[in-house]
Design a protein around this ligand. Structure first.
Ligand code: ADP
Ligand code: ZN
Length: 746
């Protein structure tokens, strides 16, 4: 099919519509209107951006509208990527247009345009590339007049460089606009506008490093990956290596191998791990050619990175969740670091899981996919047992460093936040001039305030949660909707003035540590202290350069950081994450504790850990403290099998929410009834649980109910959902979302 024959095209529109649309292409746009570009189309009385999927030979629709214009000259997606989008649309039962919109970088999409001013042949969109003036040597040999001395100096530099930006010239010569103007007038220099790519690395000086000599387990893992890379075949691996076992070194060398084969590499990491520390290691090893996609980038920076990748200027892409859509071609290897992390799952809109999609993309591109973790997801472990993932193990830390010794301290019946054992260890570590980390997965000062008169806790008027007391801010705050009241304040129920603090958060922990060790330099890292740009990095660098003794924080401090001087880790309230009514609570607790424990003793001095728990016998806590991962996975898999949860079943969750409680209840009941009917009609085996109030029954004023579907067979689940989509009627004031493979069950 050649482009000039295209008369009718199929267009996907980013709206919640389960279909695509046909448009006619007017004569003058025929050459341009090809798949991979966006088009502006009339839609009702609006003009919308649509995505051209391809041409159609005939359309049953009699009155087709004309497209208004074609918005791009470059192709935004390849045929392979479109296939990937289609797979996603089908699996997550999500409109294709919405999938494409999610995949493309923010800033490129426009909803409606008042005018049609975009010049054809230019990339148009919300954000334009930044352009900068470049000065090049001119063509005049003998100028009519001699320029000034300063201008001649500038001319020499331009000649030497062959072309240099105005910004660089000003750095060197100070203000020089008149001289540059004169040089161009005389034909001694000519100006060209060039696109500049904002460089997220620009402020980091990096020292190059060399590949390390691998220890035997690393070598076996690398050989397995490299062997499959050579074969150009899809090969999924689970790299299961304890904290500090050298997984990153394996990633780096496997990527090297892929690059040598002329292939490119995609690296997915949880947002929290995208620190200069990790990106610095990649830079040090590979130098340039790396693109980084993370949420700290402005839309413009992100779009720049995206275009660099699309144009083949980056061979390694490192990014959080959404980087799974990076427009990288010739992908040889995809790494998913910390593959167990919940943050790979998008929690709204297109609820995709980047970890799962990495496998799908790897299969389509015939790439090696390496899922790495010290605490793999329970489902990944089972996949390895069943042979769907090839297991590669790094059971020991590098250079034979021991795993830290862990003391489990029972806190039942005791008062106070810091146990005797932990305070002794802290004092000792401080005396030895070593560093410590104290972990408490709760921010704020007190967990909540309770009225001494009526015994009611302060709760959020919009959400069914208690308000957390933040002493520094002088506020009681809702962590879900940001509702706040001055604190301590008075009881909203009885106006009592005596409010008691219950439970401890990181702010209180910091306060108590200061009382315990008044001269120690203590840092706190949680979302209250890291909201400013760069504050996260500043805190980490103070730990790295030794200008802090103790780091207190939430789960933010648990992951990925490599502080060689940390020899003590304290965990306050190990069961903080067990209380959640979620079948993954034990798994999350085990993973989080193992990760925190793993922060100790990564350098030459062995580490020790004090874990405080109320229930020291809980299997997740005990297994983490005893470094008994095998025991944990075995017990957890037994529980999952008995209770019928993943990996032994597939799940889909319906969330039904609205402002009127009664309407939400009615809609939830009707939805469940319809699902039951369809299930009988289809004669399939799907368990329908609920409707039940969501654990967070009220959130931002909305009442929330959920229905959980469980099936042993994924196809059954899929058929039921597809049928439901065709038949469902939804009350207009109620929102229903369907989450395939849900992670957040709150
Ligand atoms: P992980 O990613 O498994 O936590 P890292 O790759 O960060 O482990 O390795 C931990 C530390 O050991 C790092 O400082 C790394 O540079 C170092 N390291 C890794 N592999 C080797 C090796 N083969 N020889 C010496 N040091 C190594
Ligand atoms: Zn709230």
């Amino acid at each position: 099919m050649t482009t000039h024959q295209v008369h009718i095209i199929e267009v996907a529109i980013p709206l919640y519509l389960d279909r695509t649309f046909h448009y006619r292409v007017p004569e003058h746009l025929r050459e341009q209107a090809i798949t991979g570009r966006r088009t502006l189309v009339p839609f009702g009385n609006r003009k919308l951006t649509g995505y051209i999927l391809g041409s159609v030979t005939e359309s049953s629709i009699a009155t087709l509208k004309d497209i208004i214009e074609v918005l791009d000259s470059e192709l935004l997606w390849t045929a392979g990527e479109l296939e990937f989008y289609r797979w996603i649309a089908s699996y997550y039962q999500h409109p294709l247009g919405e999938v494409v919109r999610t995949a493309l970088p923010a800033g490129i999409n426009i909803q409606t345009r008042k005018s049609t001013s975009g010049e054809p042949g230019q990339l148009t969109g919300g954000k334009s590339a930044r352009r900068e003036k470049f000065y090049l040597p001119g063509s005049a040999d003998t100028p009519s007049k001699q320029p000034s001395a300063k201008a001649r100096e500038i001319m020499a530099v331009i000649g030497e460089a062959g072309g240099i930006s105005g910004a660089d010239l000003r750095k060197r010569f100070g203000a020089c606009t008149p001289q540059l103007k004169r040089l161009t007038e005389l034909g001694l220099s000519r100006v060209e506008e060039r696109e500049v790519y904002r460089d997220p690395f620009k402020d980091c000086a990096v020292q190059r490093d060399q590949p390390r000599l691998l220890h035997s387990h690393q070598k076996a893992a690398l050989d397995a990956i490299a062997g499959r890379l050579d074969q150009n075949q899809f090969a999924p691996f689970l790299l299961y290596g304890v904290t500090g076992s050298g997984k990153t070194e394996v990633y780096l060398q496997a990527i090297s191998h892929a690059l040598e084969l002329g292939k490119n590499a995609l690296v997915l990491v949880p947002e929290i791990a995208l620190t200069p520390q990790l990106t610095g290691r990649f830079q040090a090893r590979f130098g340039g050619g790396i693109a980084i996609l993370h949420s700290g980038l402005s839309d413009g920076e992100r779009y720049d990175e995206w275009r660099r990748i699309r144009r083949g200027l980056a061979r390694i892409v490192i990014g959080a969740r959404s980087a799974v859509f990076a427009p990288l071609d010739k992908i040889g290897i995809i790494i998913v670091d910390e593959e167990h992390e919940g943050s790979f799952k998008q929690s709204d809109g297109l609820r995709y899981n980047a970890r799962d999609l990495a496998l799908v993309r790897g299969r389509m591109d015939q790439a090696a996919v390496v899922l790495g973790s010290a605490t793999p997801a329970v489902t990944s472990m089972q996949a390895a047992v069943e042979g769907r993932l090839t297991l590669l193990e790094l059971p020991e830390r590098v250079e034979g460093r021991p795993m830290p010794a862990v003391d489990l301290v029972a806190m039942k019946g005791t008062k106070g936040t810091i146990s005797e054992a932990l305070s002794l260890c802290l004092a000792e570590t401080y005396e030895q001039k070593r560093q410590a980390i104290v972990f408490l997965n709760r921010r704020g000062f007190a967990t909540f305030l309770v009225c001494a008169d009526c015994a009611k806790p302060l709760t959020c008027p919009n959400c069914s949660v208690t308000l957390t007391y933040h002493r520094q801010r002088g506020q009681s705050l809702c962590h879900y909707c940001d509702y706040s009241v001055p604190a301590p304040g008075t009881c909203p129920s009885c106006h009592g003035t005596t409010l008691t603090e219950l439970g401890a958060g990181t702010e209180k922990l910091e306060h108590e540590l200061k009382e315990l060790l008044p001269t120690a330099r203590i840092l706190r890292m949680d979302s209250d202290t890291t909201s400013g740009k760069g504050s996260h990095e500043r805190l980490l660098s103070r730990m790295n350069d030794g200008s802090a003794d103790i780091l207190v924080g939430t789960q933010m401090i648990a992951k990925g950081h490599d502080f060689p001087e940390v020899t003590l880790v304290g965990v306050v309230n190990a069961e903080a994450s067990l209380g959640m009514s979620d079948f993954r609570a034990a798994e999350r607790t085990f993973q989080l504790l193992s990760q925190v424990i793993g922060r100790a003793g990564r350098g030459e001095t062995p580490g020790r850990v004090v874990v405080q728990a109320i229930d020291t016998e809980h299997y997740a806590i005990k297994a983490a403290a005893e470094h008994d991962a095998a025991g944990f996975y075995q017990q957890e898999l037994e529980f999952r099998r008995e209770a019928g949860y993943p990996p032994f079943t597939f799940l889909a969750a319906f969330a039904i929410s609205g402002l009127a409680e009664q309407t939400v209840t009615e809609q939830a009941d009707a939805t469940a009834r319809l699902l039951m009917r369809l299930k009988t009609e289809l004669k399939i085996r799907v368990e329908i649980l609920g409707p039940a109030p969501s654990p967070l029954y009220r959130l931002r004023n909305r009442f929330r109910r959920q229905i959980l579907l469980k099936a042993v067979n994924r196809t059954d689940l899929h058929r039921l959902l597809a049928m439901w989509r065709q038949r469902a009627t939804v009350i207009s004031t109620v929102r229903i979302s369907v989450d395939i493979d849900p992670v957040d069950m709150m």
